[in-house]
Design a protein around this ligand. Structure first.
Ligand SMILES: Nc1ncnc2c1ncn2[C@@H]1O[C@H](COP(=O)(O)OP(=O)(O)OP(=O)(O)O)[C@@H](O)[C@H]1O
Ligand code: NI
Length: 385
């Protein structure tokens, strides 16, 4: 197989705050192949946006990429090495800020954010902004740029693009503004578009339209996408492959069908149980328990052990290794969970966690007081606290 278009290896990005070091992205690995639509999914605070920004080197103070390599089409967008005296430094191969600005951002890789108003200037007309962007990045003159801009607006489904060209951003609906941003991203025919929750603020119908549009454009232009979302429904709809993030780490990666039907990680299972699915009743919806711990002081061992319904003592001690657990004839399926390692999970005692109901004992006691139920109805093993 050919080299992936984008390879992210051991990426670590931290924020140095007064409260401590926030390990927002903590040793992440994933790939995006040419023309592939790859999801990056996880709860709020998992580190998805910071990972996306790190690829583009858009992390702001007090944040810094402290380790790892990001390779795009053979170029090192990020390449941090350890010096002989133990310091972490940018390698000679790593692109300069200027090279990032002039060669990569906007041209080879475009990024689309959740809030179009962050990317569109409210005081300039939409068409002029798009035209200027095209002029700047494609080296065409003003009238050529305008033609391309109008074509792009049409391409992303904006009705009467010639007329809308002279409207201001506030004259567009949220969905239409998001289409403008997609037009802007596509305008330079980048090979990769990073989309950070671009449909999250939209209502479901408009979101569906945008996702259809993206699938469409992806096929037509063969652009690769890294699609950041907290929504497994979105992943199911558009992605080929998906990476699941939890507390700064990618904990499972698989083709979308495999992830849904042969789920390996208990966190992914919990995420899937918490979302509505056509093949399950609404009653079986089960919101994921507890909240994600702070990235300043992540739990020992497996970071998910405090919320995991299958957690055992060993999960507190061993940090799971991220490994491919697929059979030889299957597509790769990577997971980091000690259930798949030989570190004594089987012989280890179950842990009380938020998900196994650390407080269920207390509730059961209260109920026991007033109904005098047959104690045989209580599952065994309760006595050994
Ligand atoms: N400027 C900052 N200063 C300090 N911590 C930050 C900063 N930006 C992000 N973080 C922290 O980095 C971690 C990852 O944040 P990130 O925005 O990447 O999460 P996310 O997965 O994109 O979540 P969401 O779905 O809410 O967008 C969080 O703990 C967040 O608090
Ligand atoms: Ni985010």
């Amino acid at each position: 197989m050919s080299e992936p278009l984008l390879t992210v290896e051991n990426l670590k990005t931290q924020f140095f705050t007064e409260e401590g070091t926030v390990r927002a992205v903590d040793g992440v690995n994933f790939e995006v192949n040419e023309g592939e639509l790859v999801g990056l999914v996880g709860e709020s605070g998992a580190g998805k946006s910071v990972a996306a920004q790190s690829i583009m080197r858009l992390v702001e103070e007090p944040g810094r990429i402290v380790d790892g390599t990001v390779t795009f089409d053979g170029k090192k967008l990020v390449d941090i090495e350890e010096t002989p005296d133990g310091r972490m430094e940018e390698s000679d191969e790593m692109l300069s800020n200027r090279e990032m600005r002039e060669q990569v951002r906007g041209r080879e890789i475009a990024i689309v954010f959740q809030d179009p108003m962050e990317s569109l200037n409210p005081v300039f007309k939409v068409g002029a902004q798009l035209r200027e962007f095209i002029e700047l990045n494609r080296g065409v003159n003003e009238s050529e740029a305008k033609t391309i801009a109008v074509d792009m607006l049409r391409e992303v489904g904006i009705p009467e693009p010639e007329a809308r060209y002279d409207d201001y951003p506030h004259e567009f609906s949220g969905g239409m503004r998001q289409r403008v941003l997609i037009a802007m991203a596509l305008a330079c025919e980048p090979r990769l578009i990073i989309a950070d929750e671009p449909t999250t603020a939209l209502d479901v119908t408009v979101e569906g339209q945008i996702l259809d549009l993206v699938s469409d454009l992806q096929e037509r232009y063969d652009t690769a996408f890294l699609w950041v979302t907290h929504d497994m429904g979105v992943v199911a709809e558009i992605c080929d492959r998906v990476n699941v993030m939890y507390l700064g780490e990618v904990i499972e990666e698989a083709e979308v069908d495999d992830l849904f039907h042969d789920t390996k990680h208990p966190y992914t299972e919990a995420l899937l149980r918490s979302m509505p699915r056509p093949d399950r009743s609404v009653e079986s919806l089960d919101p994921i328990k507890g909240v994600m711990p702070e990235a300043i002081n992540p739990p020992s061992g497996c970071r998910f052990h405090t919320r995991c319904p299958e957690a055992r003592e060993a999960c507190k001690e061993f940090h799971p290794e991220y490994q491919d657990v697929s059979d030889a004839d299957e597509a790769p399926h990577a997971v980091s969970c000690i259930k798949y390692e030989r570190v004594g999970y089987e012989d280890s005692d179950p842990l009380q966690t938020e998900a196994t109901g650390a407080f269920a004992g207390g509730l059961a006691d209260m109920r026991g007081d007033d109904d005098g139920r047959d104690p045989a109805g209580v599952p065994g093993g309760e006595a050994d606290e």
